[in-house]
Design a binder for this molecule. Structure first.
Ligand code: NAD
Length: 489
């Protein structure tokens, strides 16, 4: 495996994402010896000297990573360019710096452009990169682009067209950081490397699948952004639907980027569109009210900073998805995600159908269904819920759990999502990034729902208390089908 060599340009290098995730991740790669020759140019608006910038990077790694003796050597490869995103002369100066660094560090003309900035600049930057010739390279050029990719299908198409003027589809790495998570990547292995799951992975043996991603935090300082987004756009269009596609996809014929992505795309194509009045039967929205979290009183969403006091923005979504193909016909995939919920947890529960006849039925007590639980975060692991004989006399069945904790095995923390995704982009592996076809299909699905929600005011907001598991209607959604949410805490 050849180590990657590249000039990495980070647009938005003074921002929160760069500071908390990107610098520490790059440092980890460096410390593990996974980078060969490289240099980094931080690009942002304010004026900083290289030394000031290097100091910030050092602080970022010390605070958010695990700094060691080689930190000084690492930050010596960081340069800074004060930039105006709309000004050609600024790009031309950046291009000059890039050429110098390429030569000094012998970077083979390879360039990564990482856009860690507000999305309204993505299109403009991509167009300038081309026009001002920063994409004229002798090696590879790749665009790594943060979410959100558009606000709906229309705006996503406009953005895609803009970035496609400078980069081809296979040069575009659209980040969905859930796809960098260890246990999300594990879904594929659990399914396709075990003889005991794949034969059962269909509507004959699975009764329903539940994907929960709950946060305890509220909107914090992101009110301005969140008011225009809401949970449907911020979480469902990307992360939730991506997890569903990995759970539902057919086995790819090979583990290549193209094969895996095309199987995922087929899931999106089979996703039943939810249109008009059906939205109320399949989807539930919520907004948090005040409540108590860790014995502290917290305000309602409508009282948060930069939030309209009459806001109809949803901070919670639950939905029932149907995948209309041979494998999944009739099996609901329930998803839910929200802020200010009882626990911070991302989990997938696969509930198997009941056995044909319950020999162990006792005093209105049926045996529990088998569950396969995939813990994505904060714990990472797998739990298999089975039934076994209760010790002692008699033949009573009792539930038992087989547990596998990812972190317990090798004693190491698994690398952060961003570390893996950065490494993948440097190596040119786009498997764990979203293809345009996935983005487009998931926006079309979500747009039908927002169209209904935006045209009907929700008078019951706020409809769930901070510190709860969301509105009652989300429980009803499953109850109507004879199911309930398996607890995630
Ligand atoms: P931020 O507001 O903290 O940082 C923005 C950066 O852009 C700063 O470096 C700023 O100097 C630069 N910038 C802004 N206007 C500029 C201009 N006109 N010219 C040049 N530079 C300019 O934002 P962030 O939280 O780091 O987020 C960046 C991107 O990453 C966004 O797309 C966001 O949605 C995405 N994202 C962030 C996080 C996170 O944890 N912060 C998580 C997932 C995705």
């Amino acid at each position: 495996n050849e180590k990657p060599t590249a000039l990495i340009m980070i647009f938005g290098a003074t921002g929160d994402l760069a500071n908390r995730k990107l610098f520490p991740s790059l440092y980890n790669l460096y410390a593990k010896g996974q980078l060969d020759k490289f240099a980094v140019v931080g690009v942002a608006r304010r004026s900083l000297t290289n030394e000031e910038f290097q100091l910030r990077v050092k602080e970022s790694v010390t605070e958010h990573g695990e700094a060691a003796a080689n930190l000084d050597e690492f930050v010596s490869k960081f340069y800074y360019h004060s930039h105006d995103v709309t000004d050609s002369s600024s790009y031309i100066a950046l291009g000059k710096l890039a050429e110098e660094l390429d030569e000094n560090y012998r970077l083979d003309g390879n360039r990564i452009f990482y856009l860690a900035m507000a999305p309204e600049f993505f299109g403009t930057i991509a167009e300038h990169l081309k026009k001002d010739k920063l994409t004229n390279v002798t090696g590879f050029k790749r665009l790594v682009i943060e979410k959100p990719f558009g606000h709906d299908l229309e705006s996503a198409k406009v953005l895609n067209k803009q970035i496609r003027t400078a980069f081809s589809e296979d040069e575009i790495y659209r980040i969905d950081h859930y796809l960098g998570k260890e246990m999300v990547q594990n879904i594929e292995v659990i399914r396709f490397a075990n003889a005991m799951f794949e034969p059962l992975w269909n509507n004959r043996y699975i009764s329903n699948i539940q994907v929960t991603s709950s946060e305890t935090l509220g909107v914090e300082e992101r009110g301005r952004y969140y008011e225009k987004s809401g949970a449907l756009r911020d979480m469902v269009q990307n992360h939730m639907l991506q997890m569903v596609s990995l759970l539902a996809m057919e086995p790819p014929i090979k583990l290549t980027t193209d094969e895996i992505r095309s199987e995922k795309v087929r899931v999106f194509r089979a996703l039943r569109p939810i249109i008009g009045e059906e939205v109320n039967d399949y989807f539930v929205r919520g907004q948090y009210g005040q409540g108590s979290m860790n014995e502290k009183e917290v305000p309602a969403y409508r009282q948060e900073e930069m939030v309209d006091p009459d806001s109809n923005t949803e901070t919670f979504v639950a939905g029932k998805l149907m995948i209309d193909n041979f494998r999944w016909a009739g099996v609901p995939f329930y998803i839910r995600t929200g802020k200010r919920m009882k626990a911070k947890s991302t989990k997938i529960v696969i509930q198997f159908k009941d056995i044909p006849m319950d020999l162990y039925y006792q005093r209105e007590q049926t045996v529990n269904p088998n569950l396969l639980v995939i813990h994505i975060q904060p714990e990472e692991g797998i739990t298999l819920h089975l039934n076994a004989k209760k010790s002692g006399q008699g033949t009573e069945a009792t539930p038992v759990k087989l547990n596998y904790a990812n972190k317990g095995i090798d004693g190491l923390n698994t690398p952060e999502a961003y570390e893996k995704l950065l490494y993948d982009s440097l190596r040119g592996d786009a498997t764990n990034f979203t293809h345009w076809d996935e983005v487009a299909l998931s926006w079309s699905f979500v747009d039908n729902i927002s169209a209904v929600w935006e045209n009907t005011n929700e008078h019951s907001f706020p409809n769930y208390e901070s510190g709860s598991m969301g509105p009652e209607a989300a429980d009803k959604l499953l109850k109507n089908d004879g199911f309930f949410w398996w607890p995630v805490t």
